[in-house]
Design a protein around this ligand. Structure first.
Ligand code: GAR
Length: 195
């Protein structure tokens, strides 16, 4: 039997997608193991969640390095030590540079809270809400050097009702994310994308 696929989750914030991934693993729906949580924010809530699940963390302060290549080299080192096969970006609010892209070519994916190519970048939920669109959603895509520009893997729609608040929209989007991300990761593992 093939060993479980070793994943690293990169996150800068709350970590609800990390928890959804862990839950899917525990329920036997995702044939993977999160061996490292990487964060650029020392106070990120995701770090407490990682500890609660007994997952090792790698935290770095970008300002302590001369440039992106320098901190990404350290990250790559940590990923290799843990024999990571695939990188799952889950609210990691930084562009990935050439150092990480080359080390994990085709093996980095991201989740974004809109139907790309609409509403790229920061606060995609707020952007959709302010634009008054009736349908937005969630996109999972491969990561390239651009901002939310890589090849799309999966998408799901979320309707915006006239009575919805921005907070309600965020809840609805995250509910969809928590189902779509583990399912999509499992599909990629089955296809052999991370090995
Ligand atoms: C998620 O909604 C994710 O789609 C978004 O950050 C949130 C992280 O939530 N990512 C982006 O906006 C990336 N451009 P979480 O920390 O609770 O998983």
């Amino acid at each position: 039997m093939k060993a479980k696929t070793k994943l690293a989750v990169f996150a800068s914030g709350t970590g609800s997608n990390f928890v959804a991934i862990q839950a899917a693993i525990e329920q036997g729906e995702l044939d993977a193991e999160v061996v490292l949580v990487v964060s650029d924010q020392a106070n990120a809530l995701v770090l407490d969640k990682a500890k609660a699940f007994g997952v090792e963390t790698f935290v770095f302060d970008p300002k302590a390095f001369t440039n992106k290549a320098a901190f990404e080299s350290k990250i790559v080192e940590a990923l290799h030590i843990k024999a990571v096969e695939g990188i799952i970006l889950a609210g990691y609010m930084r562009l990935i540079g050439p150092t990480l892209l080359h080390a994990f070519e085709g093996r980095i994916i991201n989740i974004h809270p809109s139907l790309l190519p609409s509403f790229k970048g920061l606060d995609a939920i707020g952007q959709a809400f302010e634009a008054g669109v009736k349908i937005t959603g969630v996109t999972i895509h491969y990561v390239d050097a651009g901002m939310d520009t890589g090849r799309i893997i999966a998408q799901a729609c979320v309707a915006i009702d006239d009575a919805d608040t921005r907070a309600m929209l965020q809840t609805n989007i995250q509910q969809v994310e928590h189902k779509l991300y583990p399912e999509t990761i499992q599909t990629l593992i089955t296809k052999g994308d991370f090995s």
